[in-house]
Design a binder for this molecule. Structure first.
Ligand SMILES: Cc1ncc(COP(=O)(O)O)c(C=O)c1O
Length: 390
């Protein structure tokens, strides 16, 4: 539309806009568009009927998201994946998409704080209730299930104690009882652990963490069978929990280096945990890769590497606060899974607002400092922790 008879604005709005037919880009372009154009009413009708494969509106679907979803499905060896605007957006999409008033969730007491608050304070307003159980009960969930239980939600390694549960055992107990199993694989990543292969029905990720890996995007994802992800599509569409196309493109770029990043995260975290394991200034180093860790055997069985998180248990909150204030290479920040090392205090971040009873149930102490071990030189990280311990 560049006929000279059109006014300037008309020409600038419509000339050479949209897809460029001769371009074959190496990387996926960012489809930064809120809507898509149709040739005719018949073309639109075919899209609505699902017979043309065309896109209609970016809250429903967008090629940048589809490209990322294909990579994410491949990473978890899932049939299908769905991306959302955050990990919590993905969790909410899954729970609202699968559950109805009167349904019950059985949930590990050792889960991410945001998930706990969603299940405990928010979902009951919609008639969906959660019961929280310890890891031993989770391993043998049968007796804890009621006729109203529809879903079991769990994590391994847990945050911040890094306890590990036998994922395959929980998944097969759920399957035997006809209950869906949903698993937060954020800490391990698909490089270290493949929950779907272990029998879990639905995997959730805070893509904000290792999958994006550069601390510059907030995103979430769900992976599972085509049928299960298909059941969740209306929830994402109607709640508007989509990811922005530019953010999807950034995550797609981050994912390309997941394997090399995870190899280094694993090696640095194991090296740091090893170097600190005999340090008398620390009450306990929590890392599943240490033979002294209570779940080392199951971690070895179901994980390829032990991940990039190390939790230091210090004497009390004062000691943890002093350590937190002194670190120099580690940055004082919530979150994890980025290339740069971070230090956080769980009782002020992921476990903020938990009661003493909730903390005790999840075996979290006020003296814990959680380290997200990044890609810096290991010697610099060990030296930084050493000086921060004073
Ligand atoms: C294990 C785990 N699950 C879920 C979430 C929520 O993800 P997001 O912050 O991307 O919403 C987090 C965030 O810290 C997390 O650590």
């Amino acid at each position: 539309m560049d006929a000279p008879r059109h006014g300037l604005s008309t020409r600038l709005l419509h000339t050479a806009e949209g897809a460029q037919p001769d371009a074959t880009p190496l990387t996926t372009p960012i489809y930064e568009t809120s809507t898509f154009v149709f040739e005719s009413a018949a073309d639109l009708q075919a899209c609505i009927d699902g017979t043309s494969g065309k896109y209609l509106y970016s809250r429903y679907d967008n090629p940048s998201l589809r490209s990322l979803e294909a990579k994410l499905a491949s990473a978890e060896e899932a049939e299908a994946a769905m991306v959302c605007g955050s990990g919590m957006g993905a969790t909410a999409t899954a729970l609202f998409g699968l559950l109805s008033a009167g349904d019950e969730i059985l949930c590990s007491a050792a889960i991410y704080g945001g998930t706990l608050h969603l299940l405990q304070s928010f979902l009951p307003r919609f008639g969906i209730t959660a019961r929280f159980v310890d890891l031993d009960t989770l391993l043998d969930p049968g007796p804890a299930l009621t006729p109203a239980t529809r879903l079991v939600w769990f994590e391994s390694p847990t945050n911040p104690t890094l306890r590990c549960v036998d994922v395959g055992r929980v998944a097969s107990a759920c399957r035997a009882a006809g209950v869906l199993s949903a698993f937060d694989n954020t800490f391990a990543t698909p490089y270290n652990q493949q929950p779907l292969a272990l029998g879990v029905d639905l995997v959730m990720h805070s893509v904000t963490k290792y999958l994006n890996g550069h601390s510059d995007v907030t995103a979430g994802a769900l992976m599972g069978s085509t049928a299960l992800i298909g059941r969740l599509a209306p929830a994402r569409k109607l709640m508007g929990t989509m990811l922005d196309p530019a953010a999807a493109a950034a995550v797609s770029r981050g994912l390309k280096t997941l394997e090399v990043r995870m190899e280094k995260h694993n090696a640095n975290a194991l090296g740091l945990a090893d170097a600190l394991s005999a340090d008398r200034r620390i009450v306990r180093v929590h890392y599943p890769g240490l033979p002294s860790h209570p779940d080392h055997a199951i971690a070895r069985q179901q994980m390829r590497g032990f991940g990039g998180i190390v939790t230091l248990e210090l004497r009390d909150l004062d000691a943890a606060t002093q350590f937190f204030d002194r670190v120099q290479v580690f940055q004082r920040a919530a979150s994890l899974g980025g290339v740069e090392s971070l230090c956080s205090l769980p009782v002020m971040t992921s476990q903020y607002g938990w009661t003493d009873q909730q903390l005790e149930r999840a075996a979290v102490t006020r003296g814990m400092g959680r380290l997200s071990v990044g890609l810096e030189h290991l010697t610099d990280l060990v030296a930084d922790v050493d000086q921060a311990l004073g």
